[in-house]
Design a protein around this ligand. Structure first.
Ligand SMILES: *Cc1c(COP(=O)(O)O)cnc(C)c1O
Length: 232
């Protein structure tokens, strides 16, 4: 237990320091970058320890796993984000579990969110997931389809679009990922003039490439194994 706390503290301090240094290098304020713990396949105990250390954002990929974890971690000051593919038949449950959905990627899902948000009398903050690498195996709106997608979304008054999210093609070398982060930033800047004030988040960067993501404009980095250790 004490050993686990020590490891997690070291991870947390190392990452927050890396975030600060990356910000410094490119003249950004560290307050512009939020750390999100990607907690899939990690035990709730680790989430609790990291939350006590100051981690406030937690991302979950699966509705069932989020539900199980939240039962154990009741009432902790955590903002829960859905960062995995969300099936329409799980939306009702998801809206009760998550404060924000980072993976809105299709109209069918927007329709389901709108429907249950009306029933629950909620406004749902979302990010649009972009398939920035145009990978067949990945979810997300294609970059060239984003503008039309945003126009279609204007009819869903219970959905509040707060930013963009992506998971670029994996590479061992973060420099190979940099061009995708640059493209995300350009896409973000291109649509921003048409969006509300609240459109300001760019969720990108994971354990292997978050430093590069911050250099290119990330406002949220989603870190799993570098923070929690290896997944179960
Ligand atoms: C797992 C996951 C992460 C974190 O990945 P790590 O390589 O463990 O840092 C971030 N975003 C999404 C969508 C994920 O599924």
């Amino acid at each position: 237990m004490e050993k686990l706390k020590k490891i997690l503290r070291e991870n947390y301090l190392r990452i927050t320091e890396q975030i600060e240094k990356a910000c410094e290098r490119v003249g950004r304020s560290p307050s512009e970058v939020k750390l999100l713990g990607a907690a899939k396949k990690q035990v709730p105990e680790k989430v609790k320890i990291l939350n006590e250390l100051g981690l406030k954002l937690i991302g979950e990929n699966y509705v069932q796993e989020a539900e199980k974890k939240q039962k154990v971690l009741k009432d902790l000051p955590i903002e829960w984000h859905c960062i995995g593919r969300l099936q329409t038949n799980k939306v009702k449950k998801a809206l009760k579990l998550f404060h924000l959905i980072e993976t809105l990627d299709r109209i069918e899902l927007a329709q389901a969110i709108q429907k249950y948000a009306e029933k629950l009398n909620l406004t749902v903050p979302v990010f649009i997931e972009i398939n920035i690498g145009k990978e067949e195996t990945k979810a997300g709106v294609l970059p060239e389809a984003l503008e039309d997608f945003l126009v279609e979304l204007t009819k869903f008054d219970k959905i509040k679009i707060k930013g963009l999210m992506c998971l670029p093609p994996y590479s061992e070398n973060p420099e190979e990922t940099r061009p995708y982060f640059v493209k995300m930033r350009e896409l973000f800047e291109r649509v921003k003039p048409y969006m509300d004030e609240e459109f300001k988040e760019l969720s990108m960067g994971t354990s292997g490439d978050f430093v590069v993501a911050i250099e290119e404009g990330a406002t949220i980095v989603r870190i799993g194994e570098a923070l929690f250790g290896k997944r179960e």
